[in-house]
Design a binder for this molecule. Structure first.
Ligand code: FES
Ligand SMILES: [Fe+2]
Length: 355
């Protein structure tokens, strides 16, 4: 498996349905949810660089200023409509359009025109959050500012050392529903999993706790572990795998981003930290520690990608069921569906409630 953040390099799947052909039961299709969504890794955007990414069927132009601040804007220049992702330059703290070289400053206003007085216009920036080596933008309802933050875990210094991404014909809500759908872990993935507690919802956050014997890690063999997943909206979740016997903890990010109607790129990344160096000989030596934690992160990511590859054909071909006929053992899915409603506009029924 290639560990990379570029879906085009990872066997990314081509659409199997025409865009917009969304089988959605008897209800309307889900729109792009509100919340924070990852568009890139920090290292993809050097100082002075400009990058175009897809979000909710539109381009978003990301750039990093000379001082290191990341900004994200809608793609079209308000002067005469040039696409700012094609040929723009970063000069100091401003983004300069390639067509007539109007410059847009930190708050988006036009700050210079090479031929005279700056035009009274602006580009609209998305709120941006750079956290743990990821770049997230805020998608607010009707342009509302961020209503909540991403959780401050696993700590500001932690950076993933392994990445992978895949595209799939589905919606982030369907991807994240996998975490609440414990039942499929046994049937589709053949994982022996026990739910330790029902999901706990707290505003835009939802936490689940499992015990799993999910797989093998180099040097350690078959492991069982406790894992807790914290979801923050539908675009960010973090699973913490605790391996206290070995003095290690693995952080596993799942970052689904809607790039088009019923089309999602799912970025997955892993980092491993030593929690108790006395557990494994040599872990107090920096070189050994770095090599081992990288190997464990990479192996965990590889195992996770293997599991996700089993989900992808399901996601690519299933239809969205607004009112699934949930069984007694599907309680967590009902909790999840109810929690997920907050990320869509209120108003006409969108059919999220289980029957
Ligand atoms: S179109 Fe951007 S400066 Fe003219
Ligand atoms: Fe799954």
């Amino acid at each position: 498996m290639t560990t990379t953040d570029d879906p085009s390099q990872t066997g990314a799947r081509r659409p199997v349905r025409p865009a917009g052909a969304v089988p959605a039961g008897d209800g309307p299709a889900l729109p792009a949810p509100s919340g924070w969504f990852c568009l890139a890794l920090s290292r993809e955007l050097a100082r002075g660089a400009v990058l175009t990414r897809r979000f909710a069927d539109e381009d978003v132009v990301l750039y990093r200023t000379r001082a290191g601040t990341v900004r994200a804007t809608r793609p079209y220049c308000p002067h005469m409509g040039a696409h700012l992702g094609y040929g723009s330059t970063v000069e100091g703290e401003s983004l300069v359009c390639p067509f007539h070289r109007f410059a847009f400053g930190p708050d988006g206003t036009c700050v210079s025109d090479p031929d005279g007085v700056p035009l009274r216009t602006r580009v609209n920036h998305f709120p941006v959050l750079e956290r743990n080596g990821f770049l997230h933008i805020w998608n607010g309802r009707d342009g509302e500012p961020p209503a909540w933050e991403l959780p401050a875990v696993p700590g500001p210094q932690v950076r993933p050392t392994a990445h992978w991404a895949v595209e799939t014909d589905t919606h982030p809500q369907e991807v994240v529903e996998n975490i609440a759908d414990f039942r499929h872990l046994g049937t589709l993935h053949r994982l022996a999993v026990r739910q330790l507690s029902p999901p706990i919802a707290d505003g835009p956050y939802l936490r689940t706790n499992l015990r799993s014997n999910a797989g093998r890690i180099p040097f350690f063999g078959q492991l069982s572990w406790e894992e807790s997943t914290l979801m923050a909206g539908l675009g960010w979740n973090l699973t913490e795998l605790e391996l206290p016997h070995y003095g290690l903890a693995v952080h596993l990010w799942g970052l689904p981003t809607p790039i088009g109607p019923w089309r999602t790129v799912l970025r997955v990344a892993a980092a491993c930290e030593v929690t108790d160096p006395r557990r494994v000989p040599g872990l107090n030596l920096p070189a050994v520690r770095a090599a081992l934690t990288r190997a464990v992160a990479r192996s965990t990511l590889r195992m996770t990608a293997r599991i996700i590859r089993q989900d992808v054909p399901i996601w690519d071909h299933k239809r969205y069921e607004p009112r699934p006929r949930l069984a007694a053992g599907d309680h967590s899915v009902g909790v999840y569906r109810h929690w997920a409603r907050q990320f869509y506009p209120p108003g006409p029924p969108t059919g999220h409630d289980p029957a």
